[in-house]
Design a protein around this ligand. Structure first.
Ligand code: ATP
Ligand code: MG
Length: 627
């Protein structure tokens, strides 16, 4: 079946369509009802069905592919690579589940996981899923305060951490951060389970509270822990949004709907069949890491590569050598990751044998055309932009080469994924925008399987954050979009990143893209600055490619020219600052509101998700120096 027919069925006959897709996974008890949409915007998929994520990701494959690699955990930081078969994964997850049970963790209890990309993080997630505990993975390397906030929100029975992470060859001890977070948290869990790689020689253990994974693993070597069958709509895990626009939201996911969405998308979107290899460069702490490093590929019986390290260490060819070595078919990364490589020589893309590689998927941020072009030409494989949110759990706008590859149009992630009934709404009129007209991207409820079921313990926030923006009951993505006559959607940036210059509404992304067409520019961030005359004017912050020797003034003039030529004088940047680094969230998203605050001396809001505080000092200095 082609894409058009597939999508049509998902929208016009949702119960029949999803009833069929449900067969992709194992149900211990089949669902009684495919969809209950009687309490919108809440909805329930596969009502009455019982299943288990761990069973679908591990046990189910033992008979047919027990000796196949399930997970390859590669660390260019520690120099260790672990190749883990489905059988070994099954054993490790059972041991881990035995440890959890031994520490008093039960069905419905929360477990916070604070670890880098290492095999044990995956064991921990799957072990929680096995016993029906709700995991909440917090990106390793978040500051103690962030961790404490998430502990307070989730109220876990257990915290699992690594002794340390590593970045660029430097050890980052996690345990002192954990200790500080435990001290700050209002109701800290009784136990901390430490998975030590021996990276921190000063590792401090709190008597009675801290327990050691290696020791407990030895005690639980032979454990077999039965799978807990959960009703499809029970919570499986919590995951916080990136906090780009404000305080992160605790996204709650279900069991059955998510499993079906994973089984469907790994096959039809990512074109991965059982036995094939997927390499996602995400951290397990993000939505992509959950869905396409862990649950998607494993539910799909594939091999998943998990990578700890920088894309440029030991050299910028590392990712491609891994593709060659493990015969990777589908690679998944972010525009930010590719822009890091773009600062390096393009010849690095040509050194490995990439004959197995079929697709490069990129998500998380707008993919600008120059970057798309650079990487497409460099690798010689189609690059597929895909749009989603922590909330959706899987791509909402994408191409689906596993079903049928529709033409790639640079600048657009493509077409709606199955079950996403999508509209673009004109903000002023509240009506659906015509093709080519800008508006807010919305989904008509019920949201498809896999998407959030609510905000953890905060149904009001679920309704207010997402469903209260229009007269009609619509899920607002809070992103600005435009649709062309073929139904391809372009994402123009966040609704609060729109600049109004003399009555013209410009997306920050449009201007950033245009600035980035300048040959010397690596990356750009655009914000709106108050202006007496025009209301707002665009201000550009840009980083330059390595080895650029031109004078910054000349480059700035060139950028200004590029914007004027491409978007017209209305979009002409009022000021351009060249900086060494741009402020980003830990997940690599531009934190424009922090720039805005520095320029206008206003409150930047919650900056706890900022990756590198030095980047703001950089900007401060640049502002003092003047444009
Ligand atoms: P918060 O919701 O806490 O402000 P966040 O929105 O950055 O943080 P995520 O869920 O990690 O948290 O990111 C989703 C957002 O990322 C989308 O709403 C969109 O703005 C952006 N995004 C993701 N993929 C794409 C893409 N392919 N093209 C353009 N933008 C994208
Ligand atoms: Mg968001």
């Amino acid at each position: 079946m082609g894409y058009d027919e597939f999508y049509r069925q998902s929208i016009e006959e949702p119960e029949r369509f999803w009833g069929e897709q449900a067969r992709l996974i194992h149900w211990e008890t089949p669902p009684r009802k495919i969809l209950d949409a009687s309490k919108l915007p809440f909805r329930q998929w596969f009502v009455g069905g019982t299943t288990n994520l761990c069973y679908n990701a591990v046990d189910r494959h033992l008979a047919e592919r027990g000796e196949q690699l399930a997970l390859v955990a590669i660390s260019t930081e520690t120099g260790v690579t672990e190749e883990i078969t489905y059988r070994v994964l099954y054993r490790e997850v059972n041991r881990f589940a035995g440890i959890l049970k031994g520490l008093g963790v039960d069905r419905g209890d929360r477990v916070v996981i604070y670890m880098p990309n290492m095999a044990e993080a995956v064991y921990a997630m799957l072990a929680c899923a096995r016993i029906g505990a709700i995991h909440s993975v917090v990106f390793g390397g978040f500051a103690a305060h962030n961790l404490a906030l998430r502990i307070d929100d989730a109220e876990p029975k257990l915290l699992i951490c690594a002794d340390a992470g590593m970045r660029g060859g430097k050890v980052i001890p996690y345990k002192p951060l954990v200790d500080a977070a435990m001290a700050e948290a209002k109701a800290p869990p009784p136990h901390v389970l430490i998975v030590s790689r021996g990276l921190d020689p000063d590792l401090h253990r709190v008597e009675g509270r801290d327990v050691d994974y290696a020791r407990l693993r030895a005690e639980h070597m032979n454990d077999e822990v039965p799978v807990e069958w959960l009703e499809s709509n029970e919570p499986s895990y919590l995951l916080y949004t990136s906090g780009t626009t404000g305080k992160p939201k605790g996204i709650q996911r279900d069991v059955g709907g998510y499993a079906v969405a994973m089984a469907l998308s790994i096959r039809t979107v990512f074109d991965i069949a059982p036995g094939q290899v997927m390499f996602s460069t995400s951290d397990v702490g993000w939505a992509v890491g959950h869905s396409y490093n862990v649950y998607g590929p494993l539910i799909g019986g594939a091999t998943s590569l998990l990578y700890e390290g920088l894309p440029t260490r030991p050299d910028p060819g590392i990712w491609w050598r891994l593709c060659e070595k493990y015969r990777v078919r589908t690679m998944f990364s972010s525009p930010t990751g590719i822009r890091v490589l773009k600062k390096q020589d393009a010849s690095w893309l040509k050194k490995a044998d990439l004959s197995s590689l079929k697709w490069l998927f990129l998500a998380g941020e707008p993919l600008d055309e120059p970057t798309a072009q650079w990487i497409t030409e460099g690798l010689g494989v189609p690059v597929i932009d895909n749009y989603w949110q922590t909330e959706t759990g899987w791509p909402a706008i994408t191409l689906m080469p596993g079903l049928e590859l529709k033409p790639v149009k640079w600048g657009s992630p493509g077409l709606p994924a199955p079950g996403y009934r999508m509209k673009v709404i004109n903000e002023a009129t509240g009506e659906e925008a015509a093709a080519g007209e800008k508006g807010v991207l919305v989904f008509v409820p019920p949201l498809p399987p896999g998407c959030l079921t609510t905000v953890w313990r905060d149904d009001d926030r679920y309704v207010n954050s997402y469903f209260s923006h229009f007269k009609e009951l619509l899920y607002s993505s809070l992103d600005w979009a435009i649709r062309d006559a073929d139904g391809y959607t372009n994402i123009l940036g966040r609704t609060d990143d729109v600049i109004n210059v003399a009555g013209h509404r410009l997306g920050t992304r449009e201007i950033e893209e245009s600035v980035a067409t300048h040959a010397s520019v690596a990356e750009a961030a655009v914000i709106g600055m108050k202006d007496e005359l025009k209301g707002q004017v665009p201000v550009v912050f840009a980083t330059l490619k390595q080895g650029v020797t031109a004078a910054p003034e000349d480059v700035a003039r060139g950028m200004q020219q590029a914007v004027t030529d491409q978007l017209g004088p209305i979009a002409r940047p009022a000021r351009i600052y060249v900086v060494n680094a741009l402020p980003k969230t830990r997940s690599g998203k531009l934190l424009r509101r922090s720039l805005q605050a520095l320029v206008q001396h206003t409150d930047p809001g919650d900056l706890s998700t900022l990756d590198d505080p030095n980047s703001l000092d950089e900007v401060r200095k640049a502002l003092e120096r003047g444009p």
